[in-house]
Design a protein around this ligand. Sequence first.
Ligand SMILES: [Zn+2]
Ligand SMILES: [Zn+2]
Length: 262
Amino acid sequence: MNTPYLRVLGSCSTRQSKNNDFACYTLSDKLLIDANTGIIQHLFDAGINPASIRTVLFTHLHPDHAMGLLPFIFQFHIQTGDLSHLTIAGPKDSIFRYVDLAMDYLYGELRGTEYEYKVWPKIIPLSPGDEIETEDFRILACEAQHAVPALSYRITDKQSGKVAVFSGDTRYFEGYSKPFANADILVHEVSLQLEHAENLPGNTRYRHSSIHDAVKVATEAQVKRLFFTHNTPEWREKCVTAAQDMTSIPVQWAEEGQVFPY
Ligand SMILES: [Zn+2]
Ligand SMILES: [Zn+2]
């Protein structure tokens, strides 16, 4: 049996820096979770053929999570010549619009010509509670509360039964941690640098999480390992050190370029 793994292709928040792209991952290089700006080069650097990834799952369509949609669609089309083999899933209130925008940008000028592009990726709109399956994973969409339509995910590796959960961008709310119960790994955003997200003016609008929130979620859900993501490199060590004082659950940063078997 193969051991599943988390591959981190980026874990910064809104400000990119050298060797640090936006939050984006694969699970066992078979499922892409969000798509950052350098996605194609990150995959090639890791020795992965971009067209071998047939499913892209979006937590939400904010630019830091979804700007890689264009290069990914473009590359997949160039390599395979057939976008019908690509599945793109995400929040039902925004996924159609963004795939439409991407397709219009990439192929819109061919409209009305003999080259007009008629084959589209398969789009799956998701709401909390929806479950989809790929060849390798069972994916449960869970509620998230962010500034735009967003989802968190519980993803079960079919072969091993191991479970990875992803917060996406969200604030903490009552009941949020329930679908994450007993997960093997939790990848949680920590955009806020205060103990309680509620204390930050404006968080009712932007809706992000602090390390306190992430640790609370990990503890409530009794996950086995916690990974932090979605912040600038300068703050990461402090963040992990502070969290280690709050919980006995192993905590580490989801460092770009790293692979974590689970
Ligand atoms: Zn966001
Ligand atoms: Zn974000």
